[in-house]
Design a binder for this molecule. Structure first.
Ligand code: SF4
Length: 184
């Protein structure tokens, strides 16, 4: 991963490919040692329409790594911050007091209090990105529905996907500018 500040990582989830198997959820828990009863990612299953014309939307979800993250601006200690090398939103455990200001301000309910007292959430597997690998959730997805990459690189798979396909972001009214895209 380049460290000159030019990289801006994001995630796209192909809602036409995601089958809701939750392999991503389990891989994330295993990779990141997420404690029992908590999760850094989850799978949404939303049914819409009127019987018998019903439609189910399924997608894997997590922290949106917002460009204008209220969890960062509302953190009183600077624990929640934007990692300048990757553009991802991270939590510095050593500075977190567990006050939950970030949890209250996150429109995506993406955070939880770790039993050890700090607030935790998806890191976009920054430790893997730094090694040139993808996230655990993307790697394990049997449908290749999760795509992670540099949004600033027009040649990255995620950038090409967003150029070629129709996409949307969640809860845009919150003004957070998420780097998480649902590709329909
Ligand atoms: Fe912060 Fe929530 Fe946005 Fe993640 S989704 S960056 S926790 S406001």
């Amino acid at each position: 991963m380049k460290r000159d500040g030019s990289v801006r990582y994001g995630m796209a989830v192909d809602t036409r490919s995601c089958v809701g198997c939750s392999a991503c959820v389990l891989a994330c828990k295993s990779e990141n040692d997420v404690p029992d009863g908590h999760a850094r990612r989850w799978v949404n299953q939303i049914v819409s329409g009127t019987f018998p014309e019903l439609k189910m939307s399924i997608w894997s979800d997590s922290c949106q790594h917002c460009d204008d993250a209220p969890c960062v601006s509302n953190c009183p200690t600077g624990s929640s911050h934007v990692d300048s090398a990757s553009g991802t939103v991270q939590v510095d455990r050593s500075r977190c007091t567990g006050c939950k200001a970030c949890m209250v301000s996150c429109p995506y309910n993406a955070r939880f209090v770790h039993p050890d007292g700090f607030v935790d959430k998806c890191t976009l597997c920054l430790h893997r990105l730094e090694q040139g690998r993808s996230t655990a959730c993307a790697e394990v997805c049997p449908a290749s529905a999760i795509v992670v990459g540099d949004l600033n690189d027009p040649a990255s798979r995620v950038s090409r996907m967003l150029r070629l396909r129709k996409w949307r972001q969640q809860k845009t009214a919150a003004g957070t500018n998420p780097k998480f895209f649902l590709v329909d």
